[in-house]
Design a protein around this ligand. Structure first.
Ligand SMILES: *Cc1c(COP(=O)(O)O)cnc(C)c1O
Length: 378
């Protein structure tokens, strides 16, 4: 089944009782059993819920995996994955990681005796240098947030496999439409469903997809034991949003390309970070592992002043100043004072996250209106 068919049909089926084509919202905490233990697989909604099951099955299909698990947020998914680790284990990750991931790793899991190393995984050779017998996981994010660095998933997972290291890809920025990490050798792919997958800025949710049954069972055990599960209403909203994922992504990519090119030609703009440019450091890898280049980009101002960046952000009308990304509406943000405020300045400067860096999540509006909005604000 092709992607555009899967978003509509994979894992979902009409309601057996009524024929309702949309998955019903099973707003229930518990399920009546015929006699103790005699039931149809549903006992309690933290463990299983039919609306969630259909969403999980759909997401598993979109990522070419066998098992999907949904969580109450992207962070809930990350938290659960990290709980596969034990004290003494080490994780290798990339420099310009999503701020929340950096925070949970360094401020929460380091307290439980897990060690994290951050390096530029955009250069795959850096990975092997940090491996030691305690290395149990490699955590990738590609394209990265907000520098749009591209990591060669296949190159990293190959080395990981040879060293018995679990490889995880946070695929939020690409969405399953642009990139399928499991096909490139990753063991786990996770999403902040909040972003492109739901796409309508009205749900917070996370997901993990795997191929390996044992890994699935460990994660399902953790999901049920720790309890960061989404409610059925949110699962319904995501099932609705997913039906247009391919159409939305096509427009995000098309608009993204035009805006990246416009920004690059503007005299006040210094650098534009977007993997679709042929001179982007890892453009060839992006071309190999992604279907297109997406609607996420960052740019810096020639003045590199925080004040000028803030001025731009308060002068746009169509680009709303907000955290988050991947929704149908265009958003802009200032990573240094918003999403990445928890990362020390020296740390962020190392990866090029300078004071004037502005991140855009290009929506699906008319691209000429968006360009006019940016032009006026600049
Ligand atoms: C938003 C985001 C997360 C966290 O997801 P939430 O749904 O906000 O908890 C993780 N990784 C990336 C890349 C994100 O953009």
């Amino acid at each position: 089944m092709q992607f555009a068919t899967k978003v509509l049909h994979a894992g979902v089926h009409p309601d057996p009782e009524t024929g309702a084509i949309m998955t019903p919202i099973y707003q229930t905490s518990t399920y009546v059993q015929r006699s103790p233990g005699d039931h149809d697989g549903y006992e309690y909604s933290r463990t299983h819920n039919p609306t969630r099951t259909q969403l999980q099955d759909n997401l598993a299909a979109l990522e070419n995996g066998n098992w999907g698990l949904c969580f109450s947020s992207g962070m809930g998914a990350i938290d659960t994955i990290a709980k596969l680790l034990k004290p003494g284990d080490e994780v290798i990750s990339t420099n310009d990681l999503y701020g929340g991931s950096y925070r949970i790793f360094t401020k929460v899991f380091e307290n439980y005796g897990i060690k994290f190393h951050f390096t530029d995984l955009g250069n795959a050779e850096n990975f092997a240098k940090l491996i030691n017998p305690n290395t149990k996981m490699v955590w990738m994010e590609t394209p990265t947030n907000p520098m749009l660095t591209i990591i060669d998933i296949e190159a990293i997972t190959k080395v990981a496999k040879a060293n018995n290291i679990l490889s995880v890809v946070d695929n939020t920025f690409a969405s399953p439409y642009l990139q399928n990490p499991l096909d490139l050798g990753a063991d786990l792919v996770m999403h902040s469903v909040t972003k492109y997958i739901n796409g309508h800025s009205d749900v917070v949710m996370g997901a993990v997809v795997v191929r390996d049954e044992l890994l699935y069972e460990k994660l399902a055990f953790l999901q049920n034991s720790c309890g960061a599960v989404p409610g059925p209403q949110d699962c319904f909203l995501v099932l609705r949003g997913i039906k247009t994922l391919h159409l939305r992504m096509e427009r995000h990519c098309e608009n993204g390309r035009k805006i990246a090119e416009f920004l690059r030609s503007h005299p006040k703009v210094d650098k534009v970070y977007w993997p679709g440019f042929t001179d982007h450091a890892n453009h060839d890898i992006a071309k190999k592992q992604m279907k297109d280049f997406g609607g996420m980009m960052s740019f810096t101002l020639k003045s590199d002043s925080i004040a000028d960046a803030h001025k731009f952000l308060s002068n746009t009308h169509l680009f709303s100043l907000a955290e988050s990304l991947g929704g149908v509406e265009s958003l802009c943000g200032h990573p240094a004072s918003m999403t990445h405020a928890s990362i020390p300045r020296e740390e962020r400067l190392k990866s090029g996250l300078v004071d004037s860096l502005i991140r855009l999540s290009v929506g699906i509006e008319d691209v000429n209106d968006l360009i006019e909005d940016i032009n006026n604000a600049l």
